[in-house]
Design a protein around this ligand. Structure first.
Ligand SMILES: NC(=O)c1ccc[n+]([C@@H]2O[C@H](COP(=O)([O-])OP(=O)(O)OC[C@H]3O[C@@H](n4cnc5c(N)ncnc54)[C@H](OP(=O)(O)O)[C@@H]3O)[C@@H](O)[C@H]2O)c1
Length: 291
């Protein structure tokens, strides 16, 4: 797909799978209760078809809200792409399969409910725990309760290590998706290049840097040139990189604005200008890269 062909319906084909991920996603990090439901409804009315949530720990805990928003939206489940994630405790004592199934049931209740993509949220737990969670995901994939599986915040060594996890029926390698922090100020070139080589779809979280770089001179000059906002420049940058852009807002006007990124195209020269803003790990805002 070329940059000029991008539309609100553009999607990425996943490796070894019939599944396609919509390139524009709506994140619901730190969005709660009725606000979360209202934001999702606004997003669906604006044309987003992809929602990114996570299981109930820390700042998400809104899988149930996602389920309620879907039910009340009138949009058919088959038109939607829903992602959730499991963050496992380091002791690995819990039953990962049941815990993931519980998440699925909150989002899409009923015996045939499913989630389109399930990710292991963090690379932090020890190898044996990450391995057992991955096996639970492989089992749920075989049972069609998840349509695709992947990881988040994993570096090259973690993904390579998965190759040593032994022969088994239904083994999946590489993971279909890696969700990481990505924007011009933090480009994570090593893992991005590795994912490209292995056809692992790349999802960009914090794509607008939580609006913390709104005063950056390069961003401001591009926003002026294209007569759009700086978040729109950043979202368009991701889409033209062929990264899934997961952008969050609880402000109705911004939700609409962030999906209005198909009326302009960044030139190759302007993409290179944005590439030049990379600060490496220092440009990241989330622990996973700054560590
Ligand atoms: N896998 C992981 O470890 C991980 C980590 C972080 C995030 N994520 C995912 O990625 C999604 C996006 O990341 P994020 O929420 O951290 O950051 P983000 O999307 O880069 O930024 C969201 C912030 O920017 C503000 N904002 C949104 N649109 C704006 C606009 N047009 N103008 C000005 N400000 C605007 C929002 O405020 P308002 O809400 O007040 O409008 C919110 O504070 C998350 O929701 C989550 O789904 C995943």
């Amino acid at each position: 797909m070329t940059a000029s062909e991008l539309t609100l319906h553009s999607a990425l084909q996943l490796l070894n799978s019939p599944i396609k991920i919509p390139l524009l996603g709506f994140g619901v990090y730190d969005s709660h209760t009725e606000v979360c439901i209202a934001s999702i409804q606004t997003a669906l009315k604006s044309g987003y078809r992809h929602i990114d949530t996570a299981h109930p720990r820390r700042s998400y805990g809104n899988e149930e809200e996602v389920g309620r928003a879907i039910l009340s939206s009138g949009v058919s489940r088959s038109e939607l792409f829903i992602t959730s994630k499991i963050r496992v405790p380091a002791d690995g004592a819990q039953d990962h399969y049941s815990s993931i199934l519980e998440s699925i049931q909150k989002i899409d209740p009923g015996p045939e409910g499913y989630v389109d993509l399930f990710l292991i949220h963090s690379p932090k737990p020890p190898t044996n725990v990450r391995m057992r969670v991955w096996f639970a995901l492989e089992r749920l994939l075989a049972e069609r309760r998840v349509k695709s599986i992947g990881v988040s915040n994993w570096d090259v060594s973690r993904i390579e290590e998965m190759k040593t996890w032994g022969k088994r029926d239904g083994a999946v390698w590489p993971p279909m998706v890696n969700q990481i922090e990505l924007h011009p100020f933090c480009q994570q070139k090593e893992i991005v290049s590795y994912c490209h080589t292995h056809n692992i779809a790349i999802e960009a979280y914090c794509p607008i840097v939580r609006n913390q770089r709104a005063n950056d001179p390069t961003l401001c000059s591009l926003a002026e040139k294209y007569r759009v906002s700086t978040p729109q420049i950043l979202i368009r940058y991701c889409l033209q990189k062929n990264w899934v852009a997961l952008v969050k807002s609880d402000t109705p006007k911004r939700i609409v604005e962030n999906s209005d990124v198909y009326g302009f195209e960044l030139t190759g020269e302007d993409m290179r200008l944005l590439d030049g803003l990379n600060e490496g790990a220092a440009g990241a805002i989330v622990w996973a890269v700054r560590k």
